[in-house]
Every structure is written in C-alpha cells, then in structure tokens.
Ligand binder design. Structure first.
Ligand code: PBG
Length: 327
C-alpha cells in the first residue's frame, strides 16, 4: 500500500466516517462499578485519594446502586470495611458481615443489577494480609478454607457472582467445591487470575483500610516482570472452574490482557484500579489533562487490548457520557 494511491487520512476526514470505521466500541454494557460499604447509617464519606468515590453505609449504598442500575450499568462489585478486624478475618465469612448485609438490602429492594462480591481476607484481617499468617508467612492452604467459607456466606446472602482476589493457589477449586456443596452450582466465579503486586493499589488500600501492617504482597501477587506466568495462572484457574478471568491492573498490563485474550476462550475482565483512576484525577485537578478524554481513551484502549469488560471507578461517568453521545 503506497502513497499517493493510499491516503489513510481519507477515512479520518469526518466524524461520521470515523464512526463507521471505528474498530473498538466502548459501551455501557462493558462497565462494572466498584463500591465500598462500611458500617453506620447515612454514610457518604469521600475517599481523599479517590476523588468522586465514597464509602457508603448499607442505606446509602442501596440508593447508589439504584442510581447505577438506572444508568444501565450491568454490574457492581462490592468491597467491605468491617467494624472489627482480627487475625482470621472473621467478618469476611460472618452472615452478619457488612457485604452480606449490603447484598441482602440491595436484593430486598429488587434492584436489577448483577451483584459481584469480592472474596478476600485483607480488608478483614488485623495484619492486612490476604490470608492466614503463620510464623510471619501467609499460609496458603489454611487460607483456602476461609476463602471458601466467605464465598459460601456471600452466595447465601444473595451474591450473583463471587470474585476471589487473594491470589492463593488452589482457591478457585476450593471455592467451586464449597459453592457446589452448598447447592450454588450455577453461581459463577470470576477469578482475579493475573493479579500483580502493583503500586497502583495504593488509593484502594486507603479506601478499604487494608494495607499490610508488615511486609508486602509479593509472595502471593505476581511480579510485574512476568507474562508467561500470567498465562499459567489463567490456565490453572480455568482448569479449577473459573468462569471469567481477570487481569489487574489494566493500563500497565495491556500486553497481558491481549495475551490472555488470545490464549483462552472464557470471558476476560480487566480491572482499571484505584491508582490508574487517581493519577488521572490528580492531573485533571491541575488542569494538566482533560479527565473525560483521558478516561475514555484509557477505557477504549483496555477494550482494544481484548478485555470483554472493565471494572472501573469511571463506570458512572463513562455511562453518562456514552448516553449523552447516543452510544
Ligand atoms: C483485595 C483487593 C485489592 C484491590 C482489589 N481487591 C487490594 C490489594 O490487593 O492490595 C485493589 C483494587 C484497586 O486498587 O482499585 N485483595
């Protein structure tokens, strides 16, 4: 294809023509909104490192979820902030846990949304690690039973899907077995299959108060240097029964999203995490870039890389913008 016979600029020459030839389309159908729920009443507490994002109590969360559903966003994912933390993260698998309460309240209102429950211990443990700590180390196999218990408790409360984010080996199988044993054969598992030990989770850890009190998460979350390992993680999780696999974070790992998309045949999600959101917000607050344009570019890029859907703190903003522009 040689110039001047071919002029790629021809198909960019008008907005209508650009619409016709666009290869990737972001839609409201692609969005999942993450939400934080805490104890209390009437709570709508701003999270300083995530401008525009709040911690809700169950009553205000129900209103928020109704608003999200009215924007036609298909799903939300819930993270809990417990009243009390302990070494074994008991509130994660208590039937009166905060997420369990929230799920029941949302279901009671009959709001038409897919309720995804994150399954992890780090928000609930006093040491902030995602598993049981023994002799200063996170004990993989002792953690599995607690994760399975959490998933079962969340399913019992009415969750439509569970999403383990802990990165213990074998947790998808443990959760699948527990769910099936409890009669939840049809409840899907979305595994955070390739979850990296990332600096971009910083603001989330403020929001969920779950930064580890000692050490870091590098003995269970993946090394940012590795890609083949992500494919092995994804293959193992699918083998264990994952219905959907996730890559997280998204923007620094678009190559992983693409490779996972090309090597597996289950739906692929990508999580555009708190730090990705916060850095654009911070720059936009300085008028250093245009938040709407930058966020839509990022979400489109994540889809172009191969994600079927995106967990993003921009879900509401993007849904409004897409609706305004008739998409
Ligand atoms: C819990 C969990 C984390 C995130 C989602 N689930 C934090 C972590 O692993 O430290 C991060 C999400 C975000 O940064 O937006 N394990």
């Amino acid at each position: 294809m040689k110039f001047p016979q071919h002029r790629p600029r021809r198909t960019r020459s008008s907005a209508n023509l650009r619409r016709l030839v666009a290869e990737t389309r972001l839609s409201v159908d692609d969005l999942v909104m993450p939400l934080f729920v805490a104890h209390g009443r009437g709570l709508r507490q701003a999270i300083p490192s995530m401008p525009g994002i709040h911690r809700f109590s169950v009553d205000t969360l129900v209103e928020e979820v109704a608003e999200i559903a009215a924007l036609r966003i298909p799903a939300v994912i819930l993270f809990g902030i417990p009243e009390n933390k302990d070494p074994l993260g008991s509130e994660a698998y208590s039937d009166s846990g905060i997420v369990q309460q929230a799920i029941r309240a949302i279901k009671k209102q009959g709001i038409d949304t897919l309720l995804i429950a994150d399954v992890c211990l780090c928000e609930y443990t006093d040491h902030g690690h995602c598993g049981v700590v023994c002799d200063g180390r996170v004990d993989n196999d002792r953690t599995l039973a607690l994760l399975a218990k959490s998933a079962l408790s969340l399913a019992g409360a009415g969750a439509d899907m569970v999403a383990p984010s802990d990165m213990m080996d074998g947790r998808v199988a443990a959760i699948r077995t527990a769910l099936d044993g409890g009669g939840f054969h049809d409840l899907p598992i979305m595994s955070y299959a390739a979850k990296y030990a990332s600096a971009f989770y910083g603001p989330f850890r403020d929001a969920a108060e779950c930064a580890p009190k000692f050490g870091d998460r590098r003995s269970y979350q993946m090394d940012p240097a590795n890609a083949n390992e992500a494919l092995r993680e994804v293959a193992m999780d699918i083998d264990e029964g994952a219905d959907i696999v996730m890559v997280k974070p998204a923007l620094p790992y678009l190559d992983i999203v693409r490779r996972v998309r090309e090597t597996c045949r289950v739906p692929v999600a990508a999580y555009c995490v708190s730090g990705e959101y916060a850095m654009i917000k911070a720059a936009a607050q300085q008028s250093w870039l245009d938040e709407r344009a930058a966020s839509m570019e990022i979400l489109t890029a994540i889809k172009r890389a191969g994600a079927d859907f995106i967990l993003t703190y921009w879900a509401k903003d993007a849904a409004r913008f897409l609706a305004q522009s008739g998409r």
